[in-house]
Design a protein around this ligand. Structure first.
Ligand code: ADP
Length: 322
């Protein structure tokens, strides 16, 4: 193998740049030519592919986002469209591809592998919803961003004796809510994986916090939890007996940005370099995974079969610490 390409696809997050940088630098050190595909699978279909050398990835290590850009590209599910993508790769004599992204992007990578094209995936998803790996690139920084926000919210909540509903990202997966709830000392965590308690019980938690003498009450809610943050807000605001005023903060896209943490820079760098080595060893259809601090390869098919479930021990811990 003499020439490879790398792309970032799907949801963005911190740690993608360190990952691209490591792919490029490892590949160059191994004597390979490297290309970067702009805007994920869209760029692959459109032939938006640029040559990269070690200097092109200078200065990106500490920057959030992805300098290659990313995109959603639903057309890529169509095999005819994927054939166009392979044509662009073959026209440039690119013999292997590294896909950095979440479940959707890795499913796309698996489809390319099934078409006989050598592909290695790297899990990057702030939700930590990719199976078969302990953690994905971007999770750690995002959690730290959320935690900093919760700490700040607690300061103001305490000053004013308020209950805060803090909505964090996670349409299908409550990992961010659960972990930040534990680390941020939330009174209650609401995640899509678990049916929510009735509104009366949520109100009881707020009242209990007041009666116990707490100066605030923090409820962390994943955006995908039903019936949703607004429903809790509406209910609690109708109750005159809470003891606390109720406020809502939706953290939104600040969670996706920011300088990658030490952990994400290291993980992205390790996984990027490992993916290049895997391609050179003739591996394909695999994803780089972190298991008990060690990198390994797992079949892409296993990684994307289902979303990664929440750890029941963590759920229990969150309940216990309320
Ligand atoms: P993420 O990779 O963050 O999970 P998405 O789920 O939006 O983000 O997926 C990103 C892209 O991956 C999609 O826009 C599409 O181009 C590609 N993709 C998703 N599912 C498939 C599939 N079943 N077959 C081929 N490509 C897919």
């Amino acid at each position: 193998m003499k020439t490879i390409a790398v792309l970032t696809s799907g949801g963005d997050g911190p740690g993608l740049n360190p990952c691209i940088r490591a792919v490029v630098r490892r590949a160059v050190k191994k004597g390979l030519e490297v290309y970067g595909v702009r805007r994920g699978y869209s760029g692959l279909i459109g032939g938006d592919i640029i040559s990269l050398n070690s200097r092109d990835v200078s200065g990106i290590l500490g920057r959030g986002g992805t300098f290659l850009g990313t995109a959603r590209c639903p057309e890529f599910k169509d095999i005819k469209v994927r054939r166009t993508a392979l044509r662009h790769l073959n026209q440039r004599s690119i013999e292997g591809l590294i896909v950095i992204g979440g479940n959707g992007s890795l499913t796309g990578a698996l489809e390319l592998d099934k078409m006989g094209y050598p592909v290695i995936g790297i899990p990057a998803s702030i939700d930590n919803d990719v199976n078969e790996t302990d953690i994905a690139v971007g999770v750690d920084t995002t959690l730290n961003t959320i935690l900093e926000s919760i700490d700040r919210i607690k300061d103001t909540a305490t000053s004013h004796q308020r209950a805060f509903l803090v909505e964090v990202m996670g349409r299908d997966c409550g990992y961010l809510a659960l972990q930040s709830g534990i680390a941020g000392g939330a009174e209650l965590v609401l995640v899509p994986e678990r049916e929510g308690p009735p509104m009366e019980q949520i109100a009881d938690e707020v009242v209990n916090a007041y009666v116990e003498g707490k100066s605030h009450c923090i409820i962390v809610i994943a955006e995908g939890w039903k019936p949703g943050t607004r429903a809790v807000e509406d209910y609690l605001k109708k109750r005159a007996d809470l003891g606390f005023d109720v406020r809502v903060t939706v953290l939104g896209h600040v969670q996706r940005g920011g300088r990658p943490s030490v952990f994400d820079r290291t993980l992205g760098s390790r996984m990027g370099a490992y993916a290049v080595d895997a391609l050179l060893q003739g591996e394909t259809g695999k994803m780089v995974a972190l298991r008990s601090s060690k990198l390994t390869l797992v079949p892409l098919a296993d990684a994307v079969r289902t979303l990664k479930p929440l750890d029941p021990e963590m759920l229990e811990l969150a309940d216990m610490l309320e």
